[in-house]
Design a protein around this ligand. Structure first.
Ligand code: ADP
Length: 422
């Protein structure tokens, strides 16, 4: 209103300021996306090398790993610099356009002031208003940069959040009652992406039986038991517990019935007590102690500096393999599940700890339906039923006596382990 002609001319400059802001914003979004991917690479490299530091040192691979880290770091640094340069260039660019407009206005309005058409006071007021616009514009351009970077981060977060859930619970999923009769695997076929892992699996297990699953490594033993806990769903076929399809019941009621002890025990950097009572935060210490006693763990726990309150380090590094295993067994005892999955639970132990852990396992197995994957065949001899898997198919099934007296993979596996055949 002070000088409408000048105002219109100044407004015409807006596109010149907006153009670089929008342009740079787009570039920033792209750079930001790539740099976040790079950051993720750096993080996983760090986790991998720090976790595997013993192997790195043992193979004298420090220079190699350092170099790998340096390369990743360097490429992240370059990207970060590109992004910073563009952000910082934007400010002088918008400022330059602002000053240009100031010069232009001064030139035009200066003439009017000299010829007396415009008072000096009004010009001053106009210029003051114009310059006070520049600062918000600069701020706006910064907001856009930050916004674009945030949008790039947002895209990555949503990639994860929107990933399809592979194992879905039915809307009207019922509760699975404690198993009383049997578990049936019917015409099960399973593949990870293209690769067929399990083919035409058919067998049934009565409640309370011990089932051993043996076979060469990669034959699908762990995958078969992953399907029972519904970590994956089969593409074809079904698993029934007491005649009820496990897809029709809630995950909580299904998994609540299953205890798992694997060769890599999953422990957390927390107290012994918290690790054993995992999943039951307010568990009575008496029950925890009882489970530890049954799991042959009471002895070593009482020797720890702070007993049940001792922190056991990341993934339980301050404990031996056998001790970790016994904690895992105590945890499973406390959960008291009717179904138990033992995945090579004693395969990494020496003979002495294997015996102690095996005793604990025997206590744990009592009165439960047990699926046991064992590499050492001597441990499967007592199983009620042995399933022999080869390349995803059941090639033999029966008791130890049946299988050992027949020609077949089971007998060959025994011979390979130099075990006495009887
Ligand atoms: P086993 O327990 O008998 O050694 P697994 O059930 O662990 O065998 O694996 C069977 C096959 O499935 C292997 O060939 C393995 O490479 C493949 N496999 C296992 N887990 C995955 C996965 N998450 N994605 C793709 N393939 C997998």
């Amino acid at each position: 209103f002070i000088h409408w002609k000048l105002a219109i001319v100044s407004l015409l400059l807006i596109p010149f300021i907006a153009f670089p802001i929008v342009k740079v914003g787009k570039v920033l979004r792209k750079i930001s996306r790539t740099s976040q991917e790079k950051m993720a690479d750096i993080n996983s490299l760090l986790v991998e090398t720090i976790n595997g530091v013993r192997i790195v040192k043992a193979f004298c691979m420090e220079p190699y790993e350092i170099n790998k880290f340096r390369i990743q770091n360097q490429s992240y640094y370059k990207l970060a610099m590109r992004s910073i340069k563009r952000t910082l260039l934007l400010s002088p660019a918008t400022e330059f356009i602002g000053i240009l407009s100031g010069v232009f206005v001064l030139g035009w309005a200066g003439k009017d002031v000299i010829s007396g058409q415009l008072s000096f006071g009004v010009l001053g007021l106009y210029l003051g208003s114009l310059f006070s616009l520049i600062r918000p514009f600069k701020k706006l351009s910064q907001v856009n940069s930050i916004n674009q970077q945030a949008l790039a981060a947002n895209e990555r977060i949503y990639e994860v959040l929107d990933a399809p859930i592979t194992v879905k619970e039915k809307e009207n999923a019922g509760e699975l009652k404690r198993i009383s009769r049997n578990i049936e695997f019917k015409n099960l076929n399973f593949r990870y992406e293209e690769l067929e892992i399990l083919k035409e699996i058919n067998f049934s297990v009565s409640a309370g039986e011990v089932i051993a699953i043996v076979g060469p490594s990669g034959s699908g033993k762990s995958t078969l038991l992953d399907l029972l806990a519904r970590f994956y769903d089969p593409q074809k076929g079904e698993i029934l517990i007491d005649g009820i399809n496990i897809r029709d019941v809630s995950l909580k009621s299904l998994r609540g019935q299953i205890g798992i002890v694997t060769q890599e025990t999953i422990l957390f950097n927390d107290s012994v007590r918290a690790n054993i009572s995992y999943g039951h935060t307010d568990m009575d210490i008496k029950l925890i102690e009882e489970a530890s006693r049954t799991a042959n763990a009471q002895g070593f726990i009482s020797k720890l500096p702070r007993g049940y309150d001792t922190f056991i380090g990341d993934r339980g590094v301050k404990l031996s393999g056998g001790e970790r295993q016994r904690l895992a067994i105590a945890r499973a005892l406390l959960k008291n599940p009717p179904i138990l999955i033992l995945d090579e639970a004693t395969s990494q132990l020496d003979t002495e700890s294997e015996r102690i852990v095996q005793d604990a396992l025997n206590m744990l197995m009592r009165g439960r339906t047990v699926f046991m994957i064992a590499h050492r065949l001597s441990t499967v001899r007592g199983a009620d039923k042995i399933i022999v898997l080869d390349k995803g198919r059941i090639v033999q099934m029966g008791s130890h006596q049946d299988l050992i007296s027949a020609e077949g993979l089971y007998r060959r596996l025994w011979q390979m382990q130099n075990l006495e055949i009887k």
